[in-house]
Design a protein around this ligand. Structure first.
Ligand code: FES
Length: 178
């Protein structure tokens, strides 16, 4: 007579339950570990105000007060993070106010960023030599189009940047980016 206990394989439903619990535990652990990593790489979004306006910010995402930009010399171009994080030049006018037109730092040739050259009074793209006048019109190619512009306004020491959708004041025509 065989007195040993029969070895039963776990029922299919028990095995499925164990597999499910193991999978769920691994997924939950991986999700908890990856969530902060994913959040780190996704830029924060900001609810746009009236007319799609956003606040000008620095590279760290901090709001830039208007007084900080206006402390620069007249004629200065200050680079801030604008719409969708696009680097955007704000212009300090001779009367120590901000120009209502900002210039997006994105070359219309192949998208390089470029510095303002105060000696030549031009934006000069280092990639292929395009040059732009202070208002963003092309002085020398290969850039095919004027630089994109945005609206700039100051409200209670905050700098508001919003899309430019009216006719381009440099050409009198509908902007190429609209
Ligand atoms: S990307 Fe600026 S000139 Fe080519």
């Amino acid at each position: 007579m065989n007195s040993s206990l029969p070895l039963e394989a776990p029922s299919l439903s028990r095995r499925q339950l164990l597999n499910f619990l193991t999978g769920a535990t691994i997924a939950a652990t991986a999700g908890a570990a990856l969530y902060p990593v994913g959040k780190f790489f996704i830029p924060p979004t900001e609810a746009a105000g009236a007319g799609g306006a956003i606040l000008a910010r620095d590279i760290l995402g901090n709001k830039i007060p208007a007084t900080q930009i206006l402390a620069e010399q007249p004629g200065s171009r200050a680079l801030v993070a604008g719409l969708a994080g696009e680097p955007t030049y704000l212009i300090v006018k001779d009367d120590n106010t901000l120009d209502s037109i900002g210039i997006v730092d994105n070359c219309t040739h192949l998208g390089c960023t470029f510095p303002w050259n105060p000696m030549d009074q031009e934006f000069q793209c280092p990639c292929h030599g395009s040059r732009y006048a202070p208002d963003g019109t092309v002085v020398r190619g290969p850039a095919p189009l004027p630089l994109k512009i945005v609206q700039v306004a100051v409200n209670d020491n905050s700098i508001l940047i919003s899309p430019w959708t009216a006719n381009d004041p440099r050409t009198g025509e509908k902007p190429w980016w609209v």
